[in-house]
Write a protein that binds this ligand. Structure first.
Ligand SMILES: [Zn+2]
Length: 153
């Protein structure tokens, strides 16, 4: 298993845990959508009236921030991040039509639509840059989820 594979597992677990927390918060308050009320409360939007929390700070910023990060917003971001992760992982290795000699060493017929005809490279690590790009992008995505070098992989 590669470092990227471990990172993908970590990311999917983090997304699953965040999904559970957002869904539990929505269930507990009976709504995924919350709005900040000028009188200093965070309320569900439908049906109106239920108070999620009193957020009566001097400045409305904390209350507005909480409303901006209600369960519906969190679940939207998680869904988009899952699609982004799948999109990143779906990138194919380079296949050079017409001159398979230059096709990536890691390209596979089934996955990428071709493979190198250079038997000395066939099945060796990626030499088209795809794996490095995917690793870098998955790492950037994971950092947004709180992953750091100190995390266990
Ligand atoms: Zn490659």
């Amino acid at each position: 298993m590669t470092d990227t594979d471990h990172l993908v597992m970590w990311l999917r677990e983090a997304m699953d845990a965040a999904t559970q927390r957002a869904e539990a918060a929505a269930t507990e308050t009976s709504s995924a959508e919350w709005e900040y009320q000028e009188r200093g409360t965070l309320n569900i939007t439908s049906p109106p009236g239920f108070v999620v929390a009193a957020v009566d700070y001097l400045d409305p910023a904390p209350g507005k921030f909480m409303a901006d990060n209600d369960p519906a917003a969190v679940l939207r971001r998680i869904a988009a991040n899952r699609k982004l992760l799948d999109d990143l992982l779906g990138e194919k290795h380079q296949v050079v039509e017409g001159d398979c000699w230059y096709t990536c060493a890691a390209a596979a017929e089934e996955r990428d639509g071709g493979e190198t005809c250079d038997d000395s490279r066939l099945g060796k690590p990626c030499d088209c840059g795809r794996d490095a790009r995917v690793a870098r992008r998955v790492l950037l995505l994971a950092e947004g989820w709180g992953w750091s070098e100190g995390e266990q992989r």
